[in-house]
Design a protein around this ligand. Structure first.
Ligand SMILES: NC(=O)c1ccc[n+]([C@@H]2O[C@H](COP(=O)([O-])OP(=O)(O)OC[C@H]3O[C@@H](n4cnc5c(N)ncnc54)[C@H](O)[C@@H]3O)[C@@H](O)[C@H]2O)c1
Ligand SMILES: [Zn+2]
Length: 364
């Protein structure tokens, strides 16, 4: 039942393996990279405690010299300060790392972004393998090679595009994941369905109970389909331009909501869910999307326990934040809107009025 998806990027192509127990392949995956002097596993403290010992043991029994580094769990660690501490720890390891060493990022999207940025920059670039452990990291952050830390001015402002050599997604790690963390990943799954694949949306809707219970076969299928969509988008368009921008569906208003209420006050998936509902409403009002096509999108979000309504949000504040988004071009607010489930286009003529009326649709 294991699945392999290739992220096709010429010489930088790599495979994403999805399955139950695929972490047991980590030693072989690394030895197959060529000469390897040592392996450094980077994880946050939570994941390090839950899954670190098994990974260290697997690598050790593959005959690899292994070290491990950790940092406190949470987005607050995605900073230059933590990056600096990880670099200090990395260069203090004994035996010392060299360009034949390999970094393993074991954890959610924060670990992937942070450890990936360490890999991109230490010794001017080290090979790295990603082992995501949250659904968000499985279906989104582990594909595409975006690595970054946050800056007080905004999220992900310092980073690099730097592809891993391999990604191993072991669905068994999801069994320890708190339910609210699962919903962040589910919002991205719905997003992928809306932008590229009506069949995926139907699959999510039909298997919602099994997905919420993290049934192994269903999760493998769900993750593999999502990885394939993100991989196709990224392969077509590695650096941010039109195709990759489709991945921002639900994120323009969603991001503004996060900024307005505070990143700590609303989980990313919940903000994106509201952003997708608002974008669908905007598409209906612009007569791009039949209302009957918007309903199943809202229904599947609700079925997954994601919010589709919220109390009044200051529309003028949301609009102001949208105008300052780093993805704004030449002062024009751009939004990704669907014309049917599975197809979206970018519009750069979004007005304050569009935003105000789509936000009204979120009122309970
Ligand atoms: N690089 C990209 O393309 C990309 C895409 C989307 C998001 N991101 C980034 O990803 C980050 C969010 O990722 P996230 O939601 O995975 O956050 P996260 O890495 O902080 O993980 C969320 C929480 O779950 C815990 N956790 C992780 N795996 C677990 C497991 N198996 N069992 C129990 N607990 C576990 C973590 O310790 C953490 O407390 C953001 O910083 C975002 O910017 C990056
Ligand atoms: Zn997102």
């Amino acid at each position: 039942m294991d699945k392999t998806i290739t992220v096709a990027l010429g010489q930088r192509s790599y495979d994403v393996r999805v399955g139950a127990g695929v972490l047991s392949e980590l030693g072989r995956t690394i030895t197959e990279l060529g000469e390897v002097s040592s392996v450094v596993v980077i994880s946050d403290t939570t994941v390090g405690q839950l899954h670190g010992p098994r990974v260290m043991q697997l690598l050790g029994s593959a005959g690899l010299t292994v070290g491990s580094l950790s940092f406190p769990a949470g987005e607050a660690s995605k900073t230059l300060a933590t990056y600096g501490e990880l670099m200090d720890d990395l260069f203090s390891l004994s035996p010392a790392i060299d360009r034949q060493s390999v970094i393993v990022a074991l954890g959610g999207g924060v670990t992937g972004d942070l450890a990936g940025f360490v890999a991109a920059t230490a010794l001017r670039g080290m090979r790295w393998v990603q082992c995501p452990t949250t659904l968000l990291a499985d279906v989104d952050a582990s594909v595409g090679g975006k690595t970054a830390v946050d800056h007080p001015t905004g999220k992900n402002l310092i980073g690099a595009f730097y592809q891993p050599k391999a990604v191993l997604i072991d669905v068994e790690t999801l069994t320890s994941l708190p339910r609210e963390q699962l919903s962040s990943g589910l919002a991205e799954c719905v997003k992928h369905g809306v932008i590229r694949d009506a069949g995926l949306l139907a699959f999510i809707s039909e298997n919602a109970d099994d997905i919420l219970a993290c049934g192994s076969d269903t999760m493998i299928e769900l993750i593999a389909r999502n990885v394939a969509i993100k991989a196709a988008v990224v392969s077509a368009d590695e650096r941010e331009s039109d195709q990759r921008a489709h991945l921002n569906f639900g994120h323009t208003i969603g991001h503004a909501i996060e900024v307005l209420v505070g990143y700590d006050a609303i989980p990313h998936g919940r903000a994106v869910s509201l952003g997708m509902v608002a974008a669908c409403r905007m598409a209906v009002e612009r007569k791009l999307l039949p209302a009957a096509d918007a309903d199943p999108i809202t229904a599947v979000l609700e079925r997954l326990g994601l919010p589709v309504t919220c109390d009044a949000l200051g529309p003028d504040d949301i609009w102001r934040i949208m105008q300052h988004d780093k993805k704004t071009r030449a002062g024009k607010v751009r939004m990704v809107l669907p014309s049917k489930v599975g197809h979206v286009e970018i519009y750069d003529d979004i007005t304050a009025r569009d935003v105000r009326s789509s936000l009204r649709a979120l009122l309970p």
